[in-house]
Design a protein around this ligand. Structure first.
Ligand SMILES: *Cc1c(COP(=O)(O)O)cnc(C)c1O
Length: 425
């Protein structure tokens, strides 16, 4: 049985004596101590993923702004902050998390198509590095908000380079048909307008063309298109101090030939060679995706007329990606079933009352009721997208560091689910 979410250094997750371990800790030990479902992250794998970017960017004036939405647990944000990372946020809530986790506001960029005036105020008060502005309307509002605070807002325009990233349509964001960014040909006039606004400081340019990108060419092509604009702006006396090329590098979920950070970034860095502007990157998935798994227990085996079902105690509310994008996650047994079960193809499903509540289709598994399964590559857009659908408390989260296990989020308690609700008088 293969587990691919190893870091190059061989850390992360792997089998030892037939038992799947997170670093040095056997997963059954974690299930016994913290229950299931439980997200398990490897500190070494998180740090190795970050180090991959650092070494790929060695010698460049670059800042890694981790995309908080991929996994916003405070422990993970704190880890990247300690490594010197910045952050890409998309809400006031994410800003509060970053600041609470010890992140440096001066390394925060704020993306998103619908920033509210309150969110703008909070970010201006904190002193963030830059707003990635996505529309003319947002630019005008930001100018007003900054003016009302006696400040000037640092901005980049998020430009839509109209490059096809060749990924799932739900996560392609750089085509002219998406809601994101400013159309390429409208960028120059909007920069001119920004220059004339009294409470706006132009700092940079930004793009983000999509997610789970395996081919480095589209990102390099997008960067080349941005450079054309940067040089046209310079010709009009608008000098930018940074170029933000977004995130999007893909990871291996199944059998994809996922690039290393150095391979993915090489063509992009080639395009950007010799530039004086600081380079910003906004990786999310590639920093956390393969550093986490979802640990679940088989509750019920049902052998139906056509299919066998393994009903586990994790569901679409814990990990939405399969239901939402038909995403593939490898699912493996944590140990050889003590009952000596024979392998059968299973529909791995959760207890939620939706036919779309599945984690994997047609997976060969040798399992008995009560056995533990690991749903791999679940560190990104896993816990962060979880919900309380079916009034299911959200899972616990732990970070393993060598032989130690740290609980970084308690399992939600049932009372917390409706603590804010009121009945009518
Ligand atoms: C989601 C997002 C990212 C991170 O994308 P990944 O595919 O997880 O690397 C970066 N920048 C912006 C603006 C985003 O919306």
């Amino acid at each position: 049985m293969s587990v691919h979410c190893f870091t190059p250094a061989g850390t992360g997750f792997g089998y030892r004596d037939g038992v799947l371990c997170a670093e040095e800790v056997p997963l059954p030990q974690i299930a016994a101590a913290y229950g299931t479902p439980c997200y398990v992250y490897s500190r070494a794998a998180l740090e190795a993923a970050y180090a991959g970017y650092v070494s790929a960017l060695a010698g460049r004036n670059a800042l890694i702004c981790y995309a908080v939405k991929a996994n916003s647990n405070l422990a993970i944000l704190n880890l990247f902050a300690r490594l010197g990372g910045g952050f890409d946020i998309v809400s006031g809530g994410e800003l509060a998390r970053v600041l609470t986790a010890g992140g440096d506001a001066a390394k925060v960029v704020f993306s998103g198509v619908g920033k509210s005036p309150d969110e703008m105020r909070a970010a201006l008060a904190a002193g963030i590095l830059c707003f990635n502005v996505e529309s003319a309307s947002e630019l005008a509002t930001l100018n007003d908000v900054a003016g009302s605070m006696g400040k000037r807002a640092p901005v980049s325009l998020r430009v839509n380079p109209d490059v096809d990233p060749k990924t799932h349509p739900y996560i392609a964001t750089g085509l002219r048909s998406t809601k994101f960014g400013i159309p390429f040909e409208e960028a120059l006039p909007l920069y001119r307008r920004a220059r004339d606004l009294p409470h706006i400081d132009i700092h940079g340019i930004d793009c983000h063309i999509g997610s789970q990108l395996l081919d480095p060419a589209p990102a390099a092509e997008a960067a080349a298109r941005l450079l054309g604009l940067v040089d046209a702006l310079a010709g009009e006396g608008i000098a930018l101090s940074h170029i933000d090329v977004g995130g999007g590098m893909g990871i291996r979920y199944r059998d994809e030939a996922a690039p290393a950070a150095s391979e993915y970034l090489a063509p992009l860095l080639g395009v950007l060679a010799g530039r004086r502007e600081r380079l910003l990157f906004e990786p999310g998935r590639s920093l956390v995706g393969n550093a986490g798994l979802l640990l679940a227990r088989v509750a019920v085996l049902k052998h139906g007329a056509e299919k066998n079902f393994a009903v586990v105690d994790a569901a679409m509310n814990d990990l939405a990606r399969p239901a939402l994008y038909e995403a593939w996650h490898d699912i493996v047994t944590v140990e050889v079933s003590p009952g000596g079960a024979a392998a059968k193809p299973y529909e791995v499903v959760g207890p939620v009352c939706e036919s779309g509540d599945f984690l994997g289709h047609d997976r060969p598994l040798a399992v008995d009721e009560g056995d533990l399964l690991a749903i791999l590559s679940a560190g990104a857009y896993g816990m962060a997208m979880s919900s309380n659908y079916n009034s299911r408390p959200r899972a616990a989260e732990v970070v393993v560091d060598g032989g130690r296990v740290h609980l970084v989020r308690e399992r939600e308690r049932i009372e917390q689910l409706f603590a804010g609700e009121r009945v009518l008088p």
